[in-house]
Ligand binder design. Structure first.
Ligand SMILES: Cc1ncc(C[n+]2csc(CCOP(=O)(O)OP(=O)(O)O)c2C)c(N)n1
Ligand SMILES: CC(=O)[C@@H](O)[C@H](O)COP(=O)(O)O
Ligand SMILES: [Mg+2]
Length: 625
């Protein structure tokens, strides 16, 4: 029986000998690499924290002690040790175990996440509740160096350091975000890693003081002030943390001993652990390459086995189009919040390095930084996933919209996102953007229209957002120079019928047309409109539709609550109250991991679901009429 098979819970792990603990990482890596080659997922981060995870569960009394993992994408080894080893094949699958950590999945998952930098705040909250309740246990937040580029992390550190509460922060420093990490803090951490002198001097001072009797007291005082010069983590010390490190994050003995000692202490302390992202991946330890891999890849090379024949993704089309636009219009700059590959902006970075900004995992800052640029005639395009832009909502309103600044928000992964599940759903941007005064809200129906809207966006004198999905484009896309801007505020009537009019948004245009074909074969003639501008809407086209139809079905890949359907219902109620408007979007519930196509079908957002909804609407009107 393998060591891993003997571990049902961390209590079993704590019964292993040191020798066995040292042998365990190899088994865990082998298992993770095999599982992920089938399921896909965030392999790199987990491979980097195998020893760290073993040591934390060995030294802390989990689940009584609370481990709060940041983001949760590095949580696969934690799953292996906390009773989920036999279910790993279901990772990221529908009804399987999550690709992140979830309170509902395990008592060892103390705080769910998916977005970066929540761990310190959450851990401090847990520690404060413990103290209020008079309980006794330890709390540790495990946060990556990339997540330390988030403002939220500093809010947590600031509060924790001042609180003097018993809380541990483990900084997992692999010098990587998804891409290589950026920023001044990254530079600082790297300088600590590269300067072992810091550590040696401090250790020596401590030893001298310990052996020097009364004189030692003076030496200790001197040590305190010298610390400012010699302590590697002086910044953290000044914030109120006792700093330990940097320590080798792949040395099981050192990690277990350090955490065992640190656990016994009190007050805020920070352990700086240096790890290698992707450690042990057979094709080499290249952090970014193995951040996440698709399902069905070769475990030896990381390459996808069955290569899809589908067209390029919207992301790819956007990246290429933005790069071409950058060549046409020198005012255009691109901004990413730590996701150059995910947003496709890496292509722009190569072509126009002076006009490319990776600001770290700092979505709020990215938007306000863009607003600053826009005050000086620059045309910033901020490319952020819809879900992560939620972090920047105040910046969108306060810094961009109120000042009517021409900032373009390119919202990738808008809609249902598949296997990443509930934390990454881009379902709220239509609702939250429609609520912003002066914001132009758009959604393309294909790749060509994405680039046409991008052109409109950079020509428009005010805030402008464009949302597009985690999907491939339906047709080939010509170069940007051959694509005209979409006329501002217009819709496109794609099919004319007498009965229901379907107002389709973005990704819903193709299935609405397919539904119209099916319905036509049943003798039901519907109109299909591509509502590429959600706000402002096309007043002329809407007036014509209201003159010819008694029922409008608004179809959108976003929450049905306060979405475009609700918006249109309100508009039509003012203009023509006798016309019925029905909103058809994602229902008001949490959508969990599954393939995107299945999520769409479950929500009735495929051709069959749309046809069904049109039939029901038509029949209800026939009964009423
Ligand atoms: C608010 C937010 N923005 C962006 C992301 C996308 N994202 C996921 S992991 C990651 C990098 C995190 O780096 P780090 O914290 O160092 O963890 P590592 O992957 O290196 O272990 C990013 C940018 C996110 N999860 N949350
Ligand atoms: C962990 C995280 O937040 C990202 O890695 C995210 O999972 C990327 O999603 P995509 O796969 O859609 O780029
Ligand atoms: Mg990192």
């Amino acid at each position: 029986m393998s060591l891993l098979d003997r571990i049902d819970s961390p209590a079993d792990l704590r019964r292993l000998t040191r020798e066995e603990l040292r042998a365990l990482p190899a088994e865990m890596r082998e298992r993770l690499i095999a599982v992920c080659s089938q399921t896909g997922g965030h392999i790199g981060a987990g491979l980097g924290v195998v020893e760290l995870t073993i040591a934390l569960h060995a030294a802390f009394d989990t689940p009584r002690d609370q481990l709060v993992w940041d983001v949760g994408h590095q949580g696969y080894p934690h799953k292996l040790l906390t009773g989920r080893n036999t279910r790993m094949e279901t990772l990221r699958q529908e009804s399987g175990i999550s690709g992140f950590l979830k309170r509902s999945e395990s008592e060892y998952d103390t705080f769910g996440a998916g977005h970066a930098a929540t761990s310190i705040s959450a851990a401090l909250g847990i520690a404060a509740a413990r103290d209020l309740n008079g309980e006794s246990f330890k709390v540790a937040a495990i946060i990556g160096d990339g997540a330390l580029s988030c403002g939220l992390a500093y809010e947590g550190l600031n509060n924790a350091g001042h609180s003097e509460r018993d809380v541990v922060v483990v900084l997992n420093d692999n010098e990587m975000s998804i891409a290589p990490n950026v920023g001044a803090m990254h530079k600082y951490l790297t300088s600590i890693q590269r300067n072992p002198l810091y550590n040696r001097v401090r250790r020596k001072l401590g030893e001298i003081a310990d052996n020097a009797g009364v004189a030692g007291t003076l030496l200790r005082r001197w040590e305190e002030s010298a610390k400012a010069f010699f302590t590697p983590g002086v910044l953290f010390e000044e914030l109120g943390f006792r700093y330990f490190g940097p320590i080798d994050g792949h040395d099981v003995d050192l990690l277990v001993d350090t955490f065992t000692a640190v656990r016994e202490m009190t007050g805020p302390r920070l352990v700086h652990v240096v790890t290698q992202k992707g450690k042990g991946f057979p094709a080499g330890e290249h952090g970014e390459k193995w951040h996440a891999l698709p399902a069905g890849h070769d475990p030896a090379t990381g390459k996808q086995i069955a290569v899809s024949s589908a067209g390029p993704t919207y992301t790819k089309v956007f990246g290429r189009g933005l790069t071409e636009l950058g060549a046409i219009d020198p005012r255009v700059v691109a901004i990413t919040a730590a996701m150059p590959s995910g947003t496709g902006t890496e292509e722009f970075a190569k072509a126009h390095p002076q006009r490319f900004f990776d600001v770290g995992i700092a979505e709020g800052h990215a938007v306000t930084f863009a607003a600053g640029l826009a005050t000086r005639g620059v045309r910033p395009v901020v490319a952020i996933y819809s879900t992560f832009l939620q972090r920047a909502y105040d910046n969108v309103i306060h810094d961009v919209a109120i000042q009517k600044l021409p900032v373009v928000l390119a919202m990738d992964r808008a809609g249902l996102v598949g296997e990443d599940g509930e934390t990454h759903m881009g379902l709220y941007d239509i609702a939250y953007m429609l609520a912003v005064p002066g914001m132009t809200v758009t959604a393309p129906c294909d790749g060509r229209e994405l680039l046409a809207l991008l052109r409109s966006a950079t020509l428009h004198d005010g805030p402008f957002c464009v949302r597009y999905p985690r999907a491939t484009v339906p047709d080939a896309v010509p170069p940007t120079a051959q694509i005209d801007a979409t006329p501002y505020g217009t819709w496109d009537v794609l099919r004319r019928g007498k009965e229901v009019a379907v107002l389709a948004v973005g990704t819903m245009v193709q299935p609405a047309l397919a539904a119209a074909d099916t319905l036509a074969s049943e003798g039901l003639d519907v109109t299909v409109v591509n509502c590429r501008f959600l706000k402002p809407y096309d007043e002329v086209t809407l007036a014509a539709l209201l003159a010819e139809h008694r029922q409008l079905l608004v179809v959108e890949e976003g929450t049905v609550v306060n979405g475009f359907g609700a918006y249109m219902a309100n508009v039509v109620a003012q203009l023509e109250p006798t016309v019925r408007v029905v909103a058809h979007g994602v229902p008001d519930r949490i959508i969990v991991a599954a393939p995107r196509a299945r999520q769409l079908a479950r929500c009735g957002l495929d051709a069959a679901g749309i046809a069904e909804r049109v039939r029901a609407l038509h029949e209800s009107e026939a009964v009423a009429g």
